[in-house]
Design a protein around this ligand. Structure first.
Ligand code: DX5
Length: 220
C-alpha cells in the first residue's frame, strides 16, 4: 500500500476537557480531525486507569467520524465484543499484553471492524511479522503508554522507518499510526519517517485553535 499523500489526524480524548466532551469532539471534527482516538487503560498493563466502552458510545453519539480504540489492557480479547457493541471502528491491541495476539486480531476482524497492533518503545517490529495478514493498522508508540503530555521519544524514529519498510515490502494494506508526544513540532519528523496517521492528545487539545494546530500537524 502506498502511503497516503495527506496524513490522517486522530485527536486522543485522553487530553480533552471531559467535562465538555461533546463540545470538544465536535470542535476537533469541525477543525478537520479524521477520527477520534479513545485510549483505554486498565491500571495494570499501563500505570493508569482511564475509560471504557461507555466513553466510546458517548463519542459515537456526538460525532459521525470513525472511533479508534487503543486497548492498553491485559488480555484484550476479553473485551473486543463490548467495544464492538459500543461502536468502535478500530481496535488496537498490544502484543505485550496477550499470549494470543493472532487469535485476538482474528476475533476483531470476525466482528467486522478493523484490527491494529501497538508496539511499546522496547518492542521491535518483528513482533508482528507473523500477524501482518491480520492487521489494518500498526501503531508505533513514541512514549511509554499511560499518560498524555509526555515527551516525544525521538529514539523511536528509526523504528517508524523500519515499520514503514516492513509494511511496504509486505504488500498488505496496513496503515502506520504514531502516538505519543506528537504535536506541531514533532509531526514533521514522524511524517518524514513514514507515518500515515498521527494520534495527538495534548498536542491538539492543549493548543487551540484546533483548526490551526491540526493544519500545521497535517502539513508537517
Ligand atoms: C498513551 C496514550 C497517549 C495519548 C496521546 O499514553 O496513547 O499517547 O494517546 O497523548 P499525547 O499526545 O498528549 O502524548
Amino acid at each position: 500500500m502506498r502511503r497516503r499523500t495527506s496524513p490522517l489526524i486522530a485527536p486522543s480524548i485522553l487530553a480533552a476537557d471531559l467535562s465538555r466532551l461533546r463540545e470538544e469532539v465536535e470542535a476537533v471534527v469541525r477543525a478537520g480531525a479524521d477520527w477520534i482516538q479513545v485510549d483505554v487503560m486498565d491500571g495494570w498493563f499501563v500505570p493508569n486507569l482511564s475509560m471504557g466502552p461507555l466513553m466510546v458510545e458517548t463519542v459515537k453519539c456526538c460525532v459521525s467520524v470513525p472511533v479508534g480504540v487503543h486497548l492498553m489492557i491485559l488480555e484484550p480479547i476479553r473485551y473486543v465484543e463490548q467495544f464492538h457493541d459500543a461502536g468502535a471502528d478500530l481496535l488496537i491491541v498490544h502484543p505485550e499484553a496477550t499470549n494470543n495476539l493472532h487469535r485476538t486480531l482474528q476475533r476483531i476482524r470476525e466482528l467486522g471492524i478493523r484490527a491494529g497492533a501497538a508496539l511499546n518503545p522496547a518492542t521491535g517490529p518483528e513482533a508482528l511479522d507473523y500477524c501482518l495478514s491480520e492487521l489494518d493498522v500498526i501503531l508505533v508508540m513514541t512514549v511509554n503508554p499511560g499518560f498524555s503530555g509526555q515527551s516525544f521519544l525521538a529514539t523511536m524514529l528509526p523504528k517508524i522507518r523500519a515499520v514503514r519498510d516492513r509494511i511496504d515490502r509486505s504488500g498488505y494494506s496496513i496503515s502506520l499510526e504514531v502516538d505519543g508526544g506528537v504535536n506541531a513540532q514533532t509531526s514533521a519528523h514522524v511524517l518524514a519517517a513514514g507515518a500515515d496517521i498521527l494520534v495527538s492528545g495534548s498536542g491538539i487539545f492543549k493548543h487551540p485553535p484546533y483548526d490551526e494546530v491540526i493544519g500545521r500537524m497535517r502539513s508537517g
